[in-house]
Ligand binder design. Structure first.
Ligand SMILES: [Ca+2]
Length: 278
């Protein structure tokens, strides 16, 4: 069952190309304009604690640079663990772990920045990855023909990262999680112990590029002809359809909306309305 308003939109959409195909080019006007901005910043001086490790220094990095453990893939095999000096023990039967550590086979492999053979808070480092995009752009475009007007905004960003917290609800991390049968997995092992496996560890493993291009909004307006309005004492009236967050045209991560804080979802919405001017 198609609602009356939806039927009206469909009729307008259906009729507009037919009307346009008969249009003379003089009746059509197009417009397009755009903007692009690129911003970079650097901490030139900061009175940081004496003795701070070189890899933790804020100075010389961007204000939005990420601070957390650096990751180097996963511990895909026992050999990977052995290469870092770790040995598995079976404290919990059937669930071998590196004793007293948060990781085991299938865990995120963190970089031991100070090379002391242990992963501690001293290994947390300042990254070159920005939590804010450095480039933002927008393109406005549209056309009008007689009483019809169509416009759209395409908008996007590049050069930033966001921390993907979607492991709580994202299917992909279970579909492609590490297991002894899937050692090439994209994601670490899901474990019964929340902290084990590095899911909640603050590491750059979870940083995802937040680049995207989106069809941010679309407007379709039809101005009702003046002749039809006279008997209602109306100056102007128009019918419109507006779409918001209509579609992501290109994205580094199709699982979540990178524009949302922490990769949360943004709402897609459609509005239908009538404007009257008395
Ligand atoms: Ca260390």
């Amino acid at each position: 069952m198609v609602s009356p308003s939806a039927r009206l939109i469909l009729s307008i959409l259906y009729l507009s190309p037919i009307i346009l195909s008969r249009a003379s080019w003089r009746d059509i006007s197009f417009f397009i304009n755009g903007n692009i901005s690129n911003a970079k910043n650097k901490v030139r001086f900061l009175d940081e604690p004496a003795g701070i490790e070189a890899w933790q220094k804020y100075e010389g990095r961007s204000i939005d640079s990420y601070f957390g453990f650096e990751s180097n893939d996963l511990y895909r095999t026992v050999e990977d663990l052995a290469a870092d000096g770790w040995e598995l023990t079976e404290n919990v039967p059937g669930f071998p772990v590196v004793f007293d550590q948060w990781f085991n086979q299938g865990s995120i492999r963190l970089v031991d920045q100070n090379g002391d053979g242990n992963i501690t808070a001293d290994d947390i480092s300042r990254s070159d990855k920005n939590l804010l995009p450095t480039t933002q752009y927008g393109i406005n475009l549209g056309f009008s023909y007689k009483n019809f007007e169509v416009s759209a905004l395409i908008q996007g960003q590049a050069g930033g990262y966001y921390r993907d917290a979607s492991f709580v609800y994202n299917h992909a991390i279970f579909d492609d999680a590490w297991s002894s049968e899937n050692t090439d997995a994209a994601y670490p092992i899901p474990t019964p112990f929340y902290a084990i496996g590095g899911h909640t560890y603050n590491s750059d493993f979870w940083l995802k590029k937040s680049d995207y291009t989106r069809l941010k909004n679309v407007n379709l307006t039809y101005r009702i002809p003046a002749g039809l309005l006279e008997k209602w004492n109306l100056d102007r009236a128009s019918v419109f359809v507006r779409g918001n967050n209509v579609a992501i045209l290109k994205s580094s991560n199709s699982n979540v909306d990178p524009d949302g804080v922490g990769g949360s979802f943004l709402l897609k919405s459609w509005q239908f309305g009538i404007n009257f001017n008395f």
